[in-house]
Design a protein around this ligand. Sequence first.
Ligand code: CP
Ligand code: NVA
Length: 301
Amino acid sequence: MAGIRHFLTFQDYSRDEILTLLKRSHELKHSISGKGMSRPLEGRTIGMIFEKPSTRTRVSFEVGIYQLGGRSIFLSPRDIQIGRGEPIRDTARVLSRYVDALVIRCYGHEVLEEFVHWGSVPIINGLSDLHHPCQILADLLTLQEAGLDICSMNACWIGDGNNMANSWIDAAEKLGFSLKLACPEGYDPQVSFNSGKISLTRDPVVAVKGANAVSTDVWASMGQEEEAAVRQHAFRGYQVNDELLRHAAGIVYVLHCLPAHRGEEITDEVMESDRSLVWDQAENRLHVQKAILEMLFENLP
Ligand code: CP
Ligand code: NVA
């Protein structure tokens, strides 16, 4: 269908579009009932296919869809024929005839691309092994609210070069902020970067130097449970703790997309400290996803 857009990564979005999404997220967050409320999903149904567990993504999307006037249908692969081998190309074409958009959480990112190719409704990435753009959009909103200029901040990533790290890189490429990543050898991010303001080191202290925002994530992502022991060994020294944060800027905010493994990638003290923005991050998932949904339906009949 002409005019259809998807939300798979930041790569398809301009700097201005990302900033507009953030501005709208802020408006939606602060709009009180009746004023500035929009119901672009009135009469629309959004399907949600989740191959992996989820607390925040599932609940914030379901609530956001409801608040925008639509309804959601949660589809576990266990319950639909995909789980018994029905091809994605068939599922995508059939579901496109019922629902108005699909939120998909999957392992291989190519699953999302296949849905885009064969389907005819907007596809939203609710996390793939490669990217988690909804989360990074929420993180950017959170840092803006904390008072940072997100286009000129010094951000830092400590730990696994995973889906979160990849989406942080995409965001830094688009917005132009400085991003220093510290990942152990063998665990580098998968997306490449061109911006001279993005760098990769093995040393967390180097990465955190002068940072205003320090973000981390679990050492073993969903689907990597069997590698947990090996990863615990590889990531020793990559914990976000008070000692590491002493090297950051005077005012530094700490982010974690959750769920967290306290005592591994982050300490309990840091999670519960004033520097931690994790609860605002989680809340902001709701607001940014409403802005994304609104934008995707803006020009659709
Ligand atoms: N941060 C995040 O995506 O959380 P869930 O896995 O609970 O959705
Ligand atoms: N990197 C983590 C993020 C969870 C929200 C995972 O993919 O499991």
